[in-house]
Ligand binder design. Structure first.
Ligand code: SF4
Ligand code: SF4
Ligand code: SF4
Length: 325
């Protein structure tokens, strides 16, 4: 999947699409297989990038750590709709006092007015080529499918030891304490984004991609030269993985955000980007500068009325062209 961060609205429609399809029941209530976080920010779960998980430079697996409910993920809550309807309550309120949740620091960002900035960063499991979750599992319960590269937990085998959760540097595996395996006498197993494989097998894109309001998500196979994914990642090199330094070789890529200019103290526009390059380099690596240059050149071409294959793809004129599954 490629996501164009220049077009993400932060509307969370993708989050709702995944949640209503896969995680609104059966012990998964606290999980967001798809989340959209504000960056700079602490992310979801809280400070997930600081767990020292993934692979080190010598190819050794790092142990990371396991986030908690409620401190790191937040607690799922319900609202008092029934009491409101009955007239017993006068105001809408949650049934717990939440102190953290997915995108708790929404739109906070960084910098000082008028040069403050933030971006929206949608995240799913990266279905990595070198998945730390798979390598960490002592029971070999995690598999990467040959046919499409989707990384799945086999719930017939998983014993809920949580090594996958600990080692994934993106914290995209979750523990379901309600999940039982009676045959193995196991209470609690790991679950994660399944890249909507039952939809894919019917030729449909993942729910989060299909429902995306901003049309930012392109889905396809990297070896299909006609797919948007191939063209954006391999041909034009305008899409980069998140935190490639974690070593898992992610298969979700991002078109990095171009920046509005800064203002000086007189309110005049300066020739300096508002989003610091160092922040984007931390997320997307050192080649982000070259990638932004290519995007600017292609955008200028398009605004002069010239052809630009990159811009035509990113504008996403035709929804169905975005998905080659
Ligand atoms: Fe595994 Fe995490 Fe990579 Fe997903 S993002 S495949 S859970 S290491
Ligand atoms: Fe959820 Fe499917 Fe998107 Fe994964 S691919 S985050 S399971 S909607
Ligand atoms: Fe961004 Fe699309 Fe999700 Fe809206 S639905 S938050 S535009 S990725």
């Amino acid at each position: 999947m490629v996501m164009d961060l220049n077009k993400c609205l932060g509307c969370q429609t993708c989050t709702a699409a995944c949640k209503t399809q896969w995680t609104n029941r059966s012990g998964r209530e606290y999980m967001y297989w798809n989340n959209v976080e504000t960056q700079p920010g602490r992310g979801y779960p809280k400070d997930y990038m600081d767990y020292n998980a993934g692979w080190d430079d010598n190819g050794n697996l790092k142990s990371g750590g396991i986030p908690n409910v409620p401190e790191d993920y937040g607690t799922p809550w319900e609202y008092n709709y029934e009491k409101l309807v009955q007239g017993a309550d006068k105001t809408l309120k949650p049934d717990v006092e939440p102190s953290w949740g997915a995108n708790w620091d929404e739109d906070v960002g960084d910098g000082e007015y008028p040069n403050s900035y933030h971006i929206y960063l949608p995240r799913i499991c990266n279905h990595c080529t070198n998945p730390a979750c798979l390598a960490a599992c002592p029971n070999e319960a995690i598999r990467k499918r040959e046919s499409d590269g989707v990384v799945l937990v086999d719930l017939k085998i998983c014993e809920g030891v949580m090594a996958c959760i600990s080692s994934c540097p993106y914290k995209k595996v979750y523990y379901n304490s309600s999940r039982k395996n009676d045959e193995k006498k196991i209470d609690g197993q790991s679950e994660k984004c399944i890249f909507c494989f039952p939809r894919m097998e019917k030729g449909l894109p993942p729910a989060c991609a299909k429902q995306c309001v901003g049309r930012i998500r392109h889905v396809g196979y990297m070896d299909d030269e006609d797919s948007h994914v191939y063209k954006l990642v391999k041909k034009w090199k305008v899409a980069l993985p998140l935190r490639a330094d974690f070593g898992t070789m992610p298969n979700v890529y991002y078109v990095p955000p171009l920046s509005p200019p800064k203002f000086n103290e007189h309110g005049e526009v300066m020739d300096e980007p508002r989003i610091p390059l160092s922040f984007l380099q931390k997320l997307f690596g050192s080649s982000v500068e070259r990638t932004l240059e290519t995007l600017k050149v292609e955008m200028d071409k398009k605004s002069r009325g010239e052809n630009s294959e990159v811009m035509d793809i990113l504008i996403a004129y035709k929804h169905s062209d975005m998905f080659k599954v």
